[in-house]
Design a protein around this ligand. Structure first.
Ligand code: HEC
Length: 130
């Protein structure tokens, strides 16, 4: 009887331990396998690279860094979001940090091509059905 309780206790501990482990290694949404090769900052889920500290300082005060990892855009797209936050969300002037932040964002959070979808067709020759 005591042995049974002991085994049950061990199983519960083991499963709790294992579930902790998987949440730690699971990729955050928006992070591709390639990003993970570069290393992910455990605090924010952001790619560890040059100017990560600038991005952390300017971009994680108001909202979760998931706002960044779940968004992907070109440099123009990121600038557009920054201007929008400055106009409507009281984001401050990024000053000299802006080019570095934009370079970081558009490098590591650039639009991704989905492997599940083919490219849109181009130069389609439409014809009338009779
Ligand atoms: C002063 C506060 C503030 C700071 C600092 C801030 N943001 Fe935001 N941001 C917001 C608010 C508010 C929203 C809207 C949140 C929502 O929709 O729930 C937002 C939304 C976003 C979104 C989602 C936009 C969309 O269209 O879905 C992205 C991406 C984003 N922020 C990136 C950044 C980046 C990159 C930085 C650093 C340059 C930054 N934020 C700094 C306030 C801020």
């Amino acid at each position: 009887m005591k042995q049974g309780i002991c085994i049950a206790f061990l199983l519960v501990t083991l499963s709790v331990f294992c579930s902790f482990d998987t949440t730690k290694t699971r990729l955050q949404k928006g992070v591709t396998a390639q990003d993970s090769l570069k290393g992910i900052d455990p605090e924010t889920g952001l790619v560890i690279a040059k100017d990560l500290m600038l991005v952390k300082a300017h971009c994680t005060g108001c909202h979760s860094s998931k706002m960044i990892t779940q968004f992907r855009a070109t440099k123009e797209g990121w600038l557009d979001r920054i201007r929008w936050m400055q106009k409507t969300q009281k984001l401050w002037d990024l000053g000299e940090a802006e080019p570095a932040i934009l370079a970081y964002l558009s490098t590591y959070y650039a639009p991704v091509k989905s492997p599940q979808r083919r490219e849109p067709l181009q130069n389609i020759q439409w014809y009338k059905l009779d």
